[in-house]
Design a protein around this ligand. Sequence first.
Ligand SMILES: [Zn+2]
Length: 182
Amino acid sequence: MTIVTITAGHGAGDPGAVNGHITEANIATDMRNMITLYLERRGITVRNDGQGSENQSLRQAIRLIKDSDLAIELHCNAFSNARAGGVEALAQAKDKAICRKLCEAVSDVMGIAVRGNEGGFKSEGSGQHSRLGYVRAGGVILELFFISNPSELATYQAKKWLIARELADVIADHVGVKSCVS
Ligand SMILES: [Zn+2]
């Protein structure tokens, strides 16, 4: 059976990066639920770190990775310069190909840059998130966009369902589930 784990970064009292009243943890939870909906429609079994607005701790999220065909944790980047932007994914080298496809999907829908010169892929030793236990356990950390960039945040909010659908397509293809007519 194909199992995909989709988890939301931060949570359990940690909001992650914040822009006004919008938190990274809320965006990650929302996107987790949207991607999950599209994957389940295809008959894929999905593991989540909570239901609805629940966003369990990183430790609980890491426990879900084992025996998954693919595990992705959703995050946003943030930087002091509000113009910093783009999408990237942190993972082990084994997941380079899926990282590139995930980043390409977000970049295409949002019209934002793919960061770095490896198609958005970054090895686990880089990035602003020091706690990369998720990557060490075999998962992918997808930094969707910069929450600190007002333009990217507005684009995200306008297009989030499209982003979720495209990411679900990429994930389903990766785990070998054929597209269905929808
Ligand atoms: Zn984060």
